[in-house]
Design a protein around this ligand. Structure first.
Ligand code: SF4
Ligand code: SF4
Length: 182
């Protein structure tokens, strides 16, 4: 993709739009908390950690051009401003707590876009949604680097919102089914 001249605050605003859409999607699917974070143990790790067993939020590579460096610096500042750091516990990310991640806004691309394999299979089997962690993380990173075209981000946003609607509709249907059984 070619270099664009999208400024820092425009990049951050686009990122927030993507973040809100993805958080809505993940929240609608409600997978991590019951299936992983509340489980007694997952893949040999202690309770409640999930995939937050390291400071994945620090992984913000970014191209080395000046505008991207400034964007990432501001992104990190905003992230810190919108998060409560926990007392560090061995084997966990600094932002991880009993109730999950404490970053409320400006979650880093890797943290925001990643879903593990069981989650991805659940999305496919349950909702026929083929979610690509790699695609999402790369797009989020691209927004911060100013290399992602707005039209492409908008196409992706439309798909995420459509997927969210599908999840909500399917869950409503399930709700109706459960009522009949009762
Ligand atoms: S993405 Fe997977 S490993 Fe990470 S918290 Fe969710 S269910 Fe657990
Ligand atoms: S920043 Fe949040 S999502 Fe990322 S690893 Fe830490 S607790 Fe997990």
């Amino acid at each position: 993709m070619t270099e664009t001249h999208v400024g820092i605050y425009e990049r951050l605003a686009i990122y927030r739009k993507a973040e809100v859409a993805l958080r809505d999607f993940f929240s609608a699917t409600n997978y991590c908390l019951p299936n992983c974070l509340q489980s007694k143990e997952k893949w040999g790790r202690p309770k409640n950690i999930g995939c937050c067993n390291g400071n994945a939020f620090e992984f913000l590579k970014g191209k080395k051009d000046a505008e991207t460096r400034k964007t990432i610096k501001e992104f990190k500042r905003l992230q810190k401003e919108n998060a409560a750091c926990q007392n560090h516990r061995e084997g966990e990310c600094d932002y991880h707590s009993e109730t999950g991640c404490q970053i409320e806004r400006y979650l880093s691309p890797l943290c925001l876009g990643f879903v593990c394999s069981p989650y991805s299979i659940h999305l496919k089997n349950q909702y026929h949604i083929m979610y690509s962690s790699y695609g999402a993380i790369s797009l989020l990173q691209g927004i911060l680097e100013g290399r992602e075209k707005l039209e492409e981000v908008n196409v992706w946003l439309t798909k995420v919102r459509k997927a969210t609607e599908r999840v909500k509709q399917e869950q409503n249907k399930k709700g109706e089914l459960e009522e009949i059984v009762i």
